[in-house]
Design a binder for this molecule. Structure first.
Ligand SMILES: *Cc1c(COP(=O)(O)O)cnc(C)c1O
Length: 348
C-alpha cells in the first residue's frame, strides 16, 4: 500500500469487465473475442485490463502504436496475440522486428517495408468504406498481400452504432475479400458490430467500448455493466448565502441560502466543462447536482440536502456512460479515454 492517496480515484469493477467480455463473446457466434486496449485500455489502465482479460481466456489484444505495445509486451506469452493497429513506420521497424507484437499493415508502403525486412507474420487492414486506414477494398488486395503471412485480415465498421445499411454493405465487401485474400483469420466487428449479430463475428471480434461499460447500441442495454466509477474527495464545504454566485464567470446564482461541497476533480481530470451545471454526484442514494462551471481541478456540488457530508468525505461521480454522454455532449469514448493520470485506479 502506498502511503499517499490521491484525492480522486477510479473504482474499477473487475466482475463487470469480465462479465461484459463474456457477453460480447457470446454475441459473436463462434468467433473468438479479443479486446481493444489502446489508449491505456480506454483510460482504465491497459496492463491491468489485459491481465484480467487474459485470466478470463481472452487471447487477442489490439493497441494503436508501438509505445502502447511495449507496455504490454511482458504479458505476451505463447498463444497470446498483440496487434498494432497503426502498422509500422520506418521509425518503428527496429522495435517491431524485435517485438512479440505484430503490425496491422495498412498501406502499400507499410507492406513493402515489412516485406523488405522479411518481418514475419503480420495482420492486414482493408478499408471497406471508412476511408481511414487500410488497403482500398476496390484494389488488388490479394495481389498486395501476396508474399505476406497474414494472421488476421481486418476491416472496421463505419456506423455500426446506428441502424445504417452501410454496415450490411461493408459486410458484403468483407465477405468477398474473405474468399480472395488468404489469411488464417478474418475480423470485422467492434463493440457495436458485435451487437449487429453473429454474421458480423467471422473468426474474431474486437470490442473496446462495451468492455469498459459503454453502450454502443440498445441491444447492449441490461447486459453491459458499468465498470468505471470515478470518486472525488471533498476539499471544502461552505455556506453560500442567497444572491452570491459560485465559480468562474458567476454562472450560478444562489437563489436561496445553500451549502456546497468543493471536490478535487476538474476538467484536467477529464471531467469536462460540458458537465457544468448539468452533471451529478452521488452519496449513497442521494443525488447531488453540479453547480456552476467545472474548473481545471475543482467542481462544486449542492449538498444542502446532506448536512452530514464534509471535508474529507468521498462522493461518487454519476458516470453511467450513455447518460453522462447525453448530459455532457461527449461521446462515451471521450468520457473514458479522457480520464486523467491524477486518479488512483483501484480494482475491486
Ligand atoms: C478501437 C478499435 C476497435 C474497438 O472499437 P469499439 O468501438 O471501442 O468497440 C476495434 N477495431 C479497430 C480497428 C479499432 O480501431
Amino acid at each position: 500500500m502506498a502511503d499517499f492517496f490521491a484525492p480522486l480515484r477510479l473504482r474499477l469493477d473487475e466482475d463487470a469487465l469480465l462479465s461484459n467480455w463474456r457477453w460480447l463473446k457470446g454475441k459473436g457466434g463462434g468467433a473468438a473475442c479479443g479486446a481493444a486496449v489502446k489508449a491505456n485500455g480506454y483510460g482504465l489502465g491497459s496492463v491491468e485490463v489485459m491481465r484480467r482479460l487474459l485470466a478470463e481466456g481472452c487471447r487477442d489484444f489490439f493497441v494503436s502504436n508501438w509505445a502502447e505495445a511495449m507496455a504490454l509486451e511482458p504479458l505476451v506469452e505463447e498463444g497470446i496475440s498483440l496487434s498494432v493497429l497503426h502498422g509500422v513506420r520506418d521509425e518503428d521497424m527496429a522495435t517491431a522486428l524485435s517485438s512479440r507484437a505484430r503490425p496491422v499493415l495498412c498501406s502499400p508502403r507499410q507492406i513493402a517495408r515489412w516485406k523488405a525486412a522479411d518481418g514475419g507474420p503480420c495482420d492486414v487492414m482493408v478499408d471497406t468504406g471508412m476511408n481511414r486506414l487500410g488497403l482500398d477494398w476496390r484494389g488488388d488486395v490479394a495481389g498486395q498481400a501476396a508474399g505476406l503471412t497474414v494472421v488476421t485480415l481486418l476491416s472496421h465498421l463505419v456506423s455500426a452504432d446506428e441502424d445504417a445499411s452501410f454496415s450490411q454493405t461493408q459486410l458484403e465487401r468483407f465477405s468477398l475479400l474473405r474468399t480472395s485474400v488468404p489469411a488464417a483469420r478474418y475480423s470485422l466487428a467492434n463493440s457495436a458490430g458485435i451487437c449487429l449479430g453473429p454474421t458480423y463475428g467471422f473468426d474474431m471480434t474486437r470490442p473496446g467500448l462495451a468492455l469498459y461499460g459503454g453502450i454502443p447500441r440498445s441491444e447492449a442495454v441490461g447486459h453491459i455493466r458499468q465498470v468505471v466509477f470515478p470518486e472525488a474527495q471533498i476539499l471544502q464545504r461552505r455556506r453560500v448565502p442567497a444572491g452570491d454566485t459560485i465559480g468562474y464567470n458567476a454562472t450560478h446564482v444562489a437563489t436561496a441560502d445553500m451549502e456546497i461541497a468543493v471536490l478535487n476533480l476538474g476538467y484536467a481530470d477529464g471531467y469536462l466543462r460540458g458537465f457544468s451545471g448539468r452533471g451529478w454526484m452521488r452519496a449513497g442514494d442521494m443525488v447531488l447536482p453540479v453547480i456552476g462551471r467545472v474548473s481545471m481541478d475543482l467542481t462544486a456540488v449542492d449538498v444542502s440536502t446532506l448536512p452530514e457530508v464534509g471535508e474529507g468525505d468521498w462522493l461518487t461521480v454519476d458516470y453511467k456512460l450513455d447518460e453522462a454522454g447525453r448530459i455532457s455532449g461527449l461521446s462515451q469514448y471521450e468520457l473514458l479515454t479522457g480520464l486523467g493520470t491524477r486518479f488512483d485506479r483501484l480494482w475491486n
